[in-house]
Structure formats: C-alpha cells, structure tokens
Design a binder for this molecule. Structure first.
Ligand code: ATR
Length: 273
C-alpha cells in the first residue's frame, strides 16, 4: 500500500492522519498515512530513510519546513517563493519534488467563506514563516493593497520588499496603521501564548473579515478580541488546515477530495461542534 506521513516535532497531536484517511476513503484511494517525530537534528536522515523504504510522499510541519526546502531535488514555484516546503512528492522518475500548499489552502478557505480578495485592502499581521508562505497566493488574487504589520518592523519591511514584484504590498508599523481594511489575517504566533498583536480596536468594524491562522477547540485570543470589538465574520485556521491538506492530496494522487464533510468531521473530532 502507498505510504505517506507527516514529519514534525512535536507531531503527536497532528490532525493530518485523520484528514488524509478521510480523503482516501472518500476518493477510494488505497494509502496509509502516519506520523514521524524525528529529533530536530535527525530530520534529514529520517526523510531519506522514509523515501528509501518506499514512501510516496509526506507533509512537513514545524520545525522542519525550512530544512525540507534545502533537502528536496526540485521546488515548485510556490515553494520557492515561500522559502519553505510543507509537501514532498516522489515523482515517477525518482525525483523528490518540494511544494508548499499553505497559501493555496488559506486562499481556498477564505473563498469558501465568501471573502472577496480582489480589490480588497488586506492587513497581514506578522512577518515570520507563516506570513511568507501565504503572500504570493494572496497577491495572486489581486487585492488593491496588502499591508504587512509586524512587531519587529524591519522584518515587515524586508518581506514587503521581497514580494513587491508580485503586487501592491507595503509595510506599516502597528501605530501607523490606518483603515479601513476589509480583511485582517493574523499570521503571528501570539495566540499560542494567549497574547494579542498590538492592533488598535478602531480598525475593527462590523463588515471586516477576521482570519486567525491558529485554531483551537474554542476561539483564539485574537478572534475573541475581534468579536468583542464588533467583528461579525471571524474564521480560524482549521479550514486552512483541511484545504492545504486537500491541495497536498491532489499533488500526490492527482484527484481533488471534497473538504466540506471532512471539515465538519474534524470539528466534531476536536469537540468544536
Ligand atoms: P511562524 O513561522 O509561525 O510565522 P515565526 O517565524 O517565529 O513563526 O514568526 C512569528 C511571528 O509572530 C513574528 O512575526 C512575530 O513577531 P516578531 O517578528 O516581532 O517576533 C509574531 N509574534 C509572536 N508573538 C507576538 C506577539 N505577542 N505580538 C505580536 N507579534 C507576535
């Protein structure tokens, strides 16, 4: 049977095996999908061993995405732009192809929630790996402006300069930010510590869409905060997780699974509904 897995550390709580097992059932593909948690300095060896032993493809998550970028034989254009790899496929001619489906997953999830990206003014919070991974796919949707704000402003400036050739991307400090924005995407890891990015409440209005790339069984700190200040449309990263997985499954198997039912089952599994 074709073997796939996700590499991460820690990875025990990953929902990827759950999601891909449902995709395989739905599309009647015979495959198995597991977990691997190598020590941080043993990832390269573990990756090679997996493919030497017949593995067909894998996902890569924190903290290995940047390392995976350097270990594959060739990169898709979107992985090159992201500077990170979250999906690897062994091609029929034995080449390890590195891809990145995170940004496509975010865009697909935003669209499935009816969020308009074309001609919208988008605010992206954070300038780390998560932000870098979604910039190109967001700019491909032709927003009127995409503003990056980050606690360490120089990182936002560098990121905006790096992606400037792809569209109207600028950077501002949190203090400089002036609305209105139609969409705010939180790519910071602040919610992990229950903290908030220092965003002025005045930027939140009833028609704004709020997206937190983090997720949990209950609202993230950022989503709770945005709701308190009047945001009516809030979304967390659970949908992005399922959509990036669907994109990876499509890369591996050449068949696109449906995501609606799988999202519902995942929410039930997490105790969200
Ligand atoms: P990732 O790969 O998940 O993006 P990262 O590269 O460590 O992780 O980046 C984390 C991002 O969250 C950064 O933009 C970080 O801001 P700094 O560059 O100033 O460190 C941001 N971040 C983390 N905690 C934050 C907080 N409490 N408030 C605001 N931004 C925060």
């Amino acid at each position: 049977m074709d073997r796939y897995l996700v590499f991460g550390h820690p990875v025990r709580h990953s929902k990827s095996p759950f999601i891909h097992t449902l995709f395989a059932r739905q599309t009647q593909q015979e495959l198995e999908y597991g977990l691997a948690e190598p020590a941080v300095d043993e990832f390269a060896h573990a990756l090679r061993t997996f493919f030497d032993q017949g593995g067909k493809g894998c996902n890569v998550t924190v903290p290995f995405k940047e390392q995976a970028f350097t270990l594959v034989d060739c990169l898709s254009p979107r992985a090159k732009r992201a500077g990170a790899v979250n999906t690897i496929k062994l091609t029929d001619d034995g080449v390890l192809l590195g891809d990145n489906t995170d940004g496509a997953g975010l865009v697909a999830d935003l669209k499935s929630h009816g969020v308009t990206l074309a001609d919208s003014r988008i605010l992206l919070l954070g300038a780390g790996g998560a932000a870098r991974g979604v910039l190109a796919p967001l700019l491909a949707e032709l927003p009127s402006e995409l503003v990056i704000a980050n606690r360490t402003h120089t990182k936002a400036q560098l990121l905006a300069a790096e992606f400037h050739d792809l569209g109207p991307v600028t950077s501002q400090t949190y203090e400089q930010l002036a609305g209105p924005f139609e969409l705010v995407i939180n790519s910071t890891s602040a919610s992990l510590q229950g903290a908030l990015p220092p965003l002025a409440p005045a930027l939140i209005h009833t028609d704004i869409a709020i997206y937190d790339m983090m997720y949990g069984a209950s609202d993230t700190a950022f989503i709770s905060w945005a709701k308190q200040h009047g945001a009516r449309q809030t979304m967390d990263g659970l949908g992005m997780l399922v959509e990036q997985a669907a994109e990876a499954f499509t890369v591996w198997r050449g068949i696109r699974p449906g995501t609606k039912q799988v999202s519902r089952e995942l929410k039930r599994n997490l105790g969200v509904i």
